[in-house]
Design a protein around this ligand. Sequence first.
Ligand SMILES: [Zn+2]
Length: 84
Amino acid sequence: MSAYEIAEKAINSTIDTMIRIIKGLPPVAQPEPKKGKWIFGFNNQYLEKYYYCSNCGCRKYTEDEPSDYFCPHCGADMWGGERE
Ligand SMILES: [Zn+2]
């Protein structure tokens, strides 16, 4: 086997290994936009109304449904682009 053949074989096996590594990787994930909703809640102990994020559960004490498009805590899209 000539030096050239040895080099060629080494290069080919390196390429094969690289291809296998690349194929073994999970496909590049598209970041799934987090979605949430403001869900009404009521604190019986303090008689307070609040809305909480369905995604992370953070609360916002307010009488009316929060107008926030995104949860200030987890960044979830609270309206899913439904609100104009
Ligand atoms: Zn949240």
